[in-house]
Ligand binder design. Structure first.
Ligand code: ATP
Ligand code: MG
Length: 418
């Protein structure tokens, strides 16, 4: 390999904490090398380790083809993907992604109007490096030599705290418009600055996101929601006019009404806080929060027309999900979860009788309760409900019984507005 842009950092120069690399990753790399192939730790793991963070996953790059990998790892390996074929290796409870170096020759690469639809042209490590998105994602760690191979000045950019796209921005953003969303995610997650020219390039190319399959956009949106700094990502997405591409109605409402802008910020802070504290998160929650902005006016219009609350809730939910389909494809399972969360917002209004038990034991109670608390921050009328559903969780069965069946409970006419 001869590449004049290559900078090699040895152990004393890079100080990558190699002890943090998972034993399974080491095993996979060792095995590939033992079979005579090149294999490196690459991408987010090298970047995150250099930044002192815990990598989310360990990606491996090699000159072995997916078929070679399958032959070496036999039953533990599955070849996945059509657009971008790669090997998944199963070790314990984890899956490790092993990608074959992408090359530069035309071959099994399909490009439509500049967008890469399929890329299965294999090549060498230096060719692979420049096909990656950002300089800090094109670092290769050689476990045996303990060196970092840096083909695109990624270490320099990381030190400077800047996110740099590799190659010509217009070409690279058209090839794969999702890179624009990835830029925002890495900016938010890693605190890397987006240069003024990158911001302008994103604004200029943002319309290409419409060409990306909406199911892939949803996956990217969820990665963004759970990047740990969604509040910052939201500001960047708004500034770069990307939020309105993914969620046009929510973006418009949040822009026009401060109350809903604040609601979103609180929702994002809530998830950021949970992630910082190691608590679990579900894509249902933030998806429900952003879609709520669109749901509320439709729900109220239906109530005003005389539709009963139950039907109005289901009709409005279906309408919101259908409208959103052209922008982000929300999977059915997530849609169902959102519907349950919203139905529980109606059920929370009933604070007496035996229905309280089924609400309390509903599988979506936790997320729905968090959602109620979030709504309560901007709607003081909900404080009685918030208090009731908070207290009841810590009560004894006898206490609950006397609370919900007690003499003091007066039947009140429920107002079904949300
Ligand atoms: P994280 O796993 O923390 O989200 P990552 O950078 O590892 O971040 P992955 O989606 O796991 O992201 O991808 C692994 C690597 O593959 C990236 O670091 C990058 O080098 C390359 N890559 C991923 N997606 C693209 C893309 N759309 N265009 C070019 N290269 C990409
Ligand atoms: Mg990764």
């Amino acid at each position: 390999m001869l590449n004049q842009n290559l900078i090699t950092y040895n152990k004393s120069e890079h100080r990558l904490p190699s002890g943090e690399i998972s034993p399974a990753t080491k095993k996979i790399i060792d095995k590939l090398v033992d079979h005579g192939f090149e294999a490196y730790l690459v991408g987010g793991a090298v970047r995150d380790l250099l930044l002192g963070l815990h990598p989310k996953d360990f990606d491996i790059a090699t000159d072995a083809t997916p078929e070679d990998i399958k032959r070496i790892f036999k039953g533990k390996c599955r070849i996945i993907g059509r657009r971008f074929r790669l090997a998944h290796i199963y070790m314990g409870n984890s899956i490790y992604e092993v990608a074959t170096f992408r090359g530069s020759d035309p071959g099994d690469r399909v490009v439509k109007q500049g967008q890469i639809i399929r890329d299965n042209v294999f090549g060498t490590v230096d060719q692979d490096a420049i096909r990656r998105d950002f300089s800090c994602n094109a670092l290769y760690y050689d476990m045996h030599e303990e060196t970092i191979l840096d083909f695109a000045a990624g270490v320099h950019d990381l030190k400077k705290g800047e996110l740099k796209l590799i190659g010509n921005p217009n070409k690279r953003f058209i090839e794969d418009p999702v890179r624009m969303l990835r830029a925002v995610r890495f900016h938010a997650k890693l605190g890397l600055a987006l240069t003024d020219s990158m911001r302008q390039d994103i604004i200029n190319n943002r319309h290409h996101l419409h060409k990306v399959p909406t199911a892939r956009l949803f996956d990217e949106a969820v990665k963004m929601f759970h990047c740990g700094n969604m509040e910052i990502a939201y500001y960047a997405l708004s500034e770069l006019q990307l939020f309105n591409i993914l969620l046009p109605v929510a973006a418009k409402i949040a822009n026009q009404q401060e109350q809903w802008h604040d609601f979103l910020i609180q929702a994002f802070r809530n998830t950021d806080h949970r992630l910082k504290n190691g608590l679990s998160v579900t894509p249902v929650f933030l998806t429900a929060c952003v879609m709520w902005l669109e749901f509320i006016p439709i729900y109220h219009t239906l109530l005003d027309k005389g539709t009963n609350s139950h039907d109005a809730l289901h009709e409005a939910t279906t309408l919101v999900m259908t409208n959103q389909r052209d922008y982000l494809m929300i999977p059915k399972a997530i849609q169902n979860g959102i519907r349950q969360m919203w139905t529980l917002q109606l059920r929370f209004k009933k604070m007496s009788g035996k229905g309280v038990y089924s609400t309390l034991h509903h599988p979506r109670f936790r997320a729905a309760y968090d959602f109620l608390l979030l709504r309560n921050l901007s709607n003081s009328e909900l404080s009685q409900q918030a208090e009731f559903w908070t207290n009841i969780q810590n009560m004894s069965p006898e206490g609950i019984k006397s609370l919900i069946f007690g003499k003091k409970v007066k039947r009140q006419k429920i107002n079904y507005e949300l």
